[in-house]
Write a protein that binds this ligand. Structure first.
Ligand SMILES: [Zn+2]
Length: 314
């Protein structure tokens, strides 16, 4: 379950300090429209436990999925986030993403969050096909293969990837790492750190050569293998979700700068993956905005242009 990821709090960083006050951030974002390609929706009636924001140390209590949606949409409005790719949880929780797109049809691109583990099986293929065809869903993701202890190359994903390729639906794949200790959680006993390596998507990319793939979390900490994958496969992009506000700032900037230096400034996309903490959206914006090595044009690409191109948004 995606809700397990509140354990990201252990990954956290005390050094993700906010150096811009919210009003300054608001002024910056008024001039810069933003696309957030990495948000999550939860069912309206799903209780959300109080969870400590790992980057601020403050406990945040949102009553349920509906309150979470309202808080996130308000924050998006404040920060000029004009489009968002919102993953609707796992399995039968697809409806959660629809509740966001119903509330903000012009802003929200609903995605099918799927896993493929014993306790979170893949959704019915025909349900997905009809939702992709009528536009209720426009992305296959977040696909959390690592949590299921397998890779995108596992045969169980074959018909889903074939469907995405057939209908030209972009796929957003969880890559990189997980909250510490995830393999000891009853949900994810097969999860393994090594399965986050982006190079493990290579066979799937060759089998479905027209697939558009977003490496979520930009494959951190697999820098070399992320570069290798982006370099060899031009149909692959990467988003900065979670690493932009949960990692120590120096590490995030070091990783982002390495990807920029390697020449991928047109393929990196802003994302938050703020999970249960709507205030994480502003923290993620600030983390990119404050990168001293990015030009204004490069920031515009990361915040907006690259995602608009990859997801074919107007
Ligand atoms: Zn993820």
């Amino acid at each position: 379950m995606i809700i397990d990821r509140r354990r990201f709090l252990q990954l956290s960083s005390s050094s993700a300090a906010i150096s811009l006050v919210p009003s300054a951030l608001g002024k910056m974002t008024q001039e810069q429209p933003i696309i957030d390609v990495h948000l999550h929706a939860y069912p309206d009636d799903l209780p959300i436990p109080a969870a400590v924001n790992p980057a601020t140390g403050k406990a945040v209590q949102l009553k349920d999925g509906a309150a979470h949606r309202a808080a996130c949409l308000a924050e998006m409005k404040r920060l000029n986030i004009v489009k968002a790719v919102v993953s609707g949880g796992d399995g039968d929780r697809l409806a959660a993403a629809y509740s966001w797109s119903k509330a903000e049809p012009d802003k929200v691109i609903a995605g099918a969050g799927v896993r493929g583990s014993a306790d979170t099986p893949l959704p019915d293929l025909d349900v997905l096909r009809s939702a992709f065809k009528d536009g209720r869903l426009r992305v296959l993701g977040e696909v959390t293969t690592q949590y299921a202890g397998i890779t995108l190359d596992d045969p169980k994903y074959a018909s889903y990837l074939a469907l995405a390729e057939e209908l030209d639906i972009p796929v957003a794949l969880h890559t990189g790492t997980m909250p510490p200790g995830m393999s000891f959680d009853p949900c994810c006993r097969s999860a393994r750190a090594r399965l986050g390596d982006p190079l493990l998507v290579e066979e799937a990319l060759n089998r479905y050569p027209k697939l558009r793939l977003n490496l979520m979390h930009a494959g951190w900490p697999y820098l070399d293998d992320t570069i290798s994958t982006l370099f060899h496969y031009p149909q692959v992009n990467a988003d900065l979700g979670a690493i932009d506000w949960l990692l120590p700032r120096a590490e995030f900037h070091h990783y982002l700068q390495a990807l920029m230096r390697a020449g991928f400034g047109k393929r990196l996309m802003f994302g938050t993956d703020q999970m249960y903490w709507p205030e994480g959206i502003a923290m993620a914006v600030e983390a990119v905005q404050s990168a001293p090595f990015l030009s204004a044009d490069e920031k515009r690409d990361i915040f907006y242009n690259n995602a608009a191109k990859f997801y074919r948004l107007s």
